[in-house]
Design a protein around this ligand. Structure first.
Ligand SMILES: Nc1ncnc2c1ncn2[C@@H]1O[C@H](COP(=O)(O)OP(=O)(O)OP(=O)(O)O)[C@@H](O)[C@H]1O
Ligand SMILES: [Mg+2]
Length: 113
C-alpha cells in the first residue's frame, strides 16, 4: 500500500477529482494548506490567492491506495492538475504499512478501498 500526497492549485481540484473517479479512486482526503515551491511564492501569485507573506493557498490531496492503483492515481492527478505553468503542484508517494477501517476492523487491502 502507498500513501499519495499531492499538492495542487485549488482551482484544479474539481478536474483532479473527476480524473480520479474515472480510474476508480473514490476515497480521498482534501486539506487546505499553505505553501510555496522553488519560486518562493513570488512569481506565482497571479495564479491564486496570497495568504500570508509569500505562502500561497494550495490544496493537498491525501490518497491511500493498493499498489496497483499508484500509477493510475498519479496519471489522474497529472491529467487534472497540469496546465504547464509554474506552480502546477507536486506528488509525493510513501510506503503505507497499515490501514484499518474503524467500523469493521478490516485491515490492509480490504480496508483501503
Ligand atoms: N520539496 C517540497 N517539499 C514540501 N512541499 C513542497 C515541495 N515542493 C513543492 N511543495 C509544495 O507543493 C506546492 C506546489 O509546488 P510547485 O508546483 O510550485 O513546485 P516547484 O518545484 O516550484 O515546480 P514549478 O517550477 O513547476 O513551480 C508548493 O506550494 C508547496 O506547498
Ligand atoms: Mg513553483
Amino acid at each position: 500500500m502507498k500513501l499519495i500526497f499531492a499538492i495542487i492549485q485549488p482551482d484544479r481540484l474539481e478536474e483532479v477529482k473527476q480524473a480520479l473517479y474515472e480510474v476508480d479512486v473514490n476515497l480521498i482526503t482534501v486539506v487546505p494548506v499553505l505553501g510555496h515551491g522553488r519560486q518562493m511564492g513570488v512569481t506565482e501569485i497571479y495564479r491564486g490567492g496570497k495568504e500570508t507573506g509569500n505562502l500561497l493557498r494550495k490544496v493537498e490531496l491525501q490518497i491511500a491506495v493498493n499498489d496497483s492503483f499508484v500509477d493510475p492515481t498519479i496519471k489522474a492527478i497529472i491529467k487534472g492538475a497540469r496546465t504547464g505553468n509554474i506552480g502546477d503542484g507536486k506528488i509525493f508517494v510513501m510506503d503505507l504499512p497499515r490501514c484499518i477501517r474503524i467500523r469493521t476492523g478490516d485491515e490492509g487491502a480490504e480496508a483501503i478501498g
